[in-house]
Design a protein around this ligand. Structure first.
Ligand code: NAD
Length: 445
């Protein structure tokens, strides 16, 4: 065996079995959460297919191409079964999952009626909420407490009570609530001590999302951040996650326009085609669109959406092609479309001898239909990570995010093809299989 081949070998990790119920705690019971829950219930009943979900549909190649080993991911690694999932949620509105799904208007009434008994049982717990952080919303199903630390303690009590009542052996939490206003990391976010002191002092640098993340990690519950909020992306929470052996990941589900951007941009770069500009605009009419109509929430989203191209195209390495390209992202709230977002992209590219060309993309997507399978995969993979003893930031889940969290000294990987390779190689690594490098090592053996 050559040294190259030996270096790619590893021994399998010890993975605890996925025994018992897995509680999926969702912060926010809006369009994404209800489309996810209703989807799982429909799939369990054989009413629909889990399209868009890697954990349910994708296979993974193992060994050499000639070996013909391509198990499904869910046969290869031990993931929780859909029948073992139990759902819980918090929201500022007291609507059940059924009522919230009807309000969101994503899924057809026919399907929702068939799922009504299961969905009506899911009633949101009162939320830790402060309108300062989501200007366009106000609701009454909200916790009261002397300070933010007390609110976090109430969330901890909710988590413990949910686990007991539903006889769960494990839990995961996914933030599917509204996008909060843009916050920068401050001194209060540096250490666990400074974070707790700031919570007790009701400091403005502590957003409600941080209280959920803090509570989850204190309870040993993995946390995924589906919105672009700072939330778990601060040193204090990262330290807490390491201390409590909890996996975390984020930020901002990579669904519509940014998903397409991270498909197209690596392709342009692979052929060394230049970029002069990329103009993206959207119309969106759901509650998320309404929240993002507030400039302070939009700023959080904009930062997340803008980062992908810079990292993928590496203008510092390729100044001839990508220096100073202009990148504009707009979201316009337009109620008639509801959850059915329409995005337009105009991409000005340059080819041989600098000749200009244009690409136009018109994506008529369904926001929550694209996001729901991501919630499922993240819940199952975070649970797997925890049963494997992985803790802190799970970079191998970057595949799912617009602004992937990384260790502070590293830059994020945005190229979706590299992200997918990283995800699958992590699974191979866990099972002691050779990593696939596409090198064709047999030539060297
Ligand atoms: N759908 C997508 O494709 C997509 C992609 C990336 C990110 N996201 C993000 O996912 C999140 C959810 O999107 P959505 O379309 O379901 O939005 P939504 O407005 O339908 O649902 C969000 C819910 O969160 C609730 N909420 C707000 N603050 C809360 C708090 N502090 N505690 C508990 N509940 C709270 C709201 O009342 C609302 O019901 C948004 O932040 C959105 O930006 C969505």
């Amino acid at each position: 065996m050559s040294e190259n081949t030996r270096n790619l070998m590893n021994s399998p990790a010890t993975i605890a079995p996925a025994k018992g119920k897995l509680g999926v705690l969702l912060v926010g019971l809006g369009a994404v959460s209800t489309t996810f829950i209703a989807g799982v219930e429909a799939i369990k009943r054989g009413l629909a297919q889990p399209i868009g979900s890697l954990t349910q549909l994708a296979s993974i190649r193992l060994g050499k191409r000639t070996e013909n080993r391509n198990p499904r991911i869910n046969e290869f690694v031990p993931l929780a079964d859909l029948d073992d999932l139990v759902f819980g949620a918090w929201d500022i509105f007291s609507d059940s999952a059924y009522d919230a799904a009807v309000h969101a208007g994503v899924l057809e009434r026919d399907l929702l009626e068939q799922l009504k008994p299961a969905l009506s049982k899911i009633k949101p717990m009162p939320a830790a909420f402060d309108q300062k952080y989501v200007k366009r919303l106000s609701g009454t199903n909200v916790k009261q407490g002397a300070n933010k630390f007390e609110l976090a303690e109430q969330i901890i009590a909710d988590i413990e009570a949910f686990k007991k009542k539903n006889k769960c052996s494990r839990l995961v939490m996914v933030w599917c609530a509204s996008t909060e206003i843009f916050l920068k990391e401050t001194a209060q976010h540096k250490t666990i001590k400074s974070l707790e002191a700031a919570m007790k002092a009701n400091h403005p640098s502590i957003a409600p999302s941080m209280l959920y993340a803090y509570a989850a990690i204190k309870c040993g519950v993995p946390f995924a951040n589906g919105a672009p909020n700072l939330t778990v992306d601060i040193p204090a929470i990262r330290e807490l996650a390491i201390q409590h052996n909890v996996p975390i990941c984020g930020k901002d589900f990579k669904t519509g326009q940014t998903f397409l951007k991270t498909l197209i941009a690596p392709g342009l770069k692979s052929r060394m085609l230049g970029l002069d500009g990329w103009y993206s605009t959207n119309i969106l009419g759901n509650r998320d669109g309404e929240v993002l109509d507030d400039p302070e929430s939009f700023k959080t989203k904009e930062e997340s959406k803008l980062s992908a191209l810079e990292y993928i195209l590496q203008p510092e390495l390729y100044p001839t092609l990508y220096k100073d390209f202009s990148h504009v992202v707009r979201i316009n709230y337009y109620p008639p479309r509801g959850d059915n977002k329409e995005g337009w992209d105009n991409i000005d590219i340059r080819g041989w001898l600098g000749y200009p060309m244009q690409i136009k993309v018109n994506f008529l997507c369904r926001d929550s239909i694209l996001a729901a399978p991501l919630v499922l995969d993240l819940a199952l993979f975070l649970d797997l990570a925890q049963r494997t003893g992985m803790r802190g930031i799970q970079e191998w889940l970057s595949f799912y995010f617009k602004a992937p969290m990384t260790a502070p000294q590293l830059y994020p990987e945005h190229d979706i093809f590299i992200q997918l390779m990283k995800l699958k190689n992590t699974l191979r690594h866990l099972k002691g299989e050779d990593l696939i490098t596409h090198l064709g090592l047999e030539y060297y053996d």
